[in-house]
Write a protein that binds this ligand. Structure first.
Ligand SMILES: Cc1cc2nc3c(=O)[nH]c(=O)nc-3n(C[C@H](O)[C@H](O)[C@H](O)COP(=O)(O)O)c2cc1C
Length: 184
C-alpha cells in the first residue's frame, strides 16, 4: 500500500502546547506506512501587500507542505470560544488563490485538546466551517475532542490516558481509510 504523509498543523505556537503534544501522540498511534510531520504556523500577520516579498518564505513553505501532503491533521486549540489568531492567520494565508487554494479537495481532520471539558469543540467547528468554504474534504466522523487535558498528559506532555490513546488511534485509522478511499 502507498505510504501516506499527513501534515500535522498545531494551532499553538507555545513550546509546551498540549495540541502540539496531541499531534506527537498521533504520530505514534497512526497506522504503519503513515507519517505525520509537523508544520510551522509561525507566520507574519496576513497582509495582501506582503504577498511578493521574500519574507514570505515561511508562508510558501507551509503552502507547499499542504500541497504535497495526502491529508491534513489540524490540532485546534480554543481561545475565547473560537479559533486562536495564529491558526486563523495560517488558514487565511494558505486560502489563496480563492477557490483554488491548497485546501481544495484536501482531506482534513480536526482534533483538539484543552483543560476545559469541551475539548475545543467550538473552535473545531469554526475551523471546519472555514475549510468547507475552501472546498476541503472534511473528515466527518468520529470527531476527536480531548477535554480535561491536564489529566490525560503527563508532566512531559506525553499522552498517557489509555482511553484517549485508544480513541485517537481509532479516529486516525478511520481518517487514513477516508484518505485512501478518496485517492482510489
Ligand atoms: C486567551 C485564552 C483564551 C482561552 N479561551 C479558552 C476557551 O474559550 N475554551 C477553552 O476550552 N480553553 C480556553 N483557553 C485555555 C486553552 O485551552 C489552554 O491554554 C490550552 O492549553 C491552549 O492550547 P495549547 O496548550 O495547545 O497552547 C484559553 C486560553 C487563553 C490563553
Amino acid at each position: 500500500m502507498k505510504e501516506l504523509t499527513i501534515l500535522g498543523i498545531s494551532g499553538s505556537l507555545r513550546a509546551r502546547s498540549v495540541n502540539t503534544a496531541l499531534l506527537r501522540a498521533a504520530g505514534d498511534l497512526v497506522p504503519a506506512g503513515v507519517s505525520i510531520p509537523l508544520a510551522s504556523i509561525d507566520l507574519p500577520l496576513y497582509n495582501d501587500d506582503l504577498f511578493d516579498e521574500d519574507k514570505l518564505a515561511p508562508v510558501r513553505k507551509l503552502n507547499q507542505a499542504i500541497i504535497d501532503a495526502d491529508g491534513l491533521l489540524i490540532a485546534a486549540p480554543e481561545f475565547n470560544y473560537g479559533i486562536p489568531g495564529p491558526l486563523k492567520n495560517a488558514i487565511d494565508w494558505c486560502s489563496r488563490p480563492a477557490f483554488n487554494s491548497p485546501f481544495a479537495n484536501k482531506p482534513v481532520a480536526i482534533i483538539g485538546a484543552a483543560p476545559s471539558s469541551v475539548g475545543t469543540a467550538r473552535a473545531q467547528g469554526q475551523v471546519k466551517q472555514n475549510l468547507l468554504g475552501m472546498s476541503a474534504l472534511m473528515f466527518p466522523y468520529p470527531e476527536f475532542l480531548c477535554g480535561r487535558s491536564t489529566e490525560k498528559f503527563d508532566a512531559d506532555l506525553v499522552l498517557t490516558d489509555p482511553h484517549t490513546r485508544e480513541r485517537l488511534g481509532a479516529m486516525l485509522e478511520e481518517f487514513v481509510a477516508f484518505i485512501r478511499k478518496w485517492q482510489a
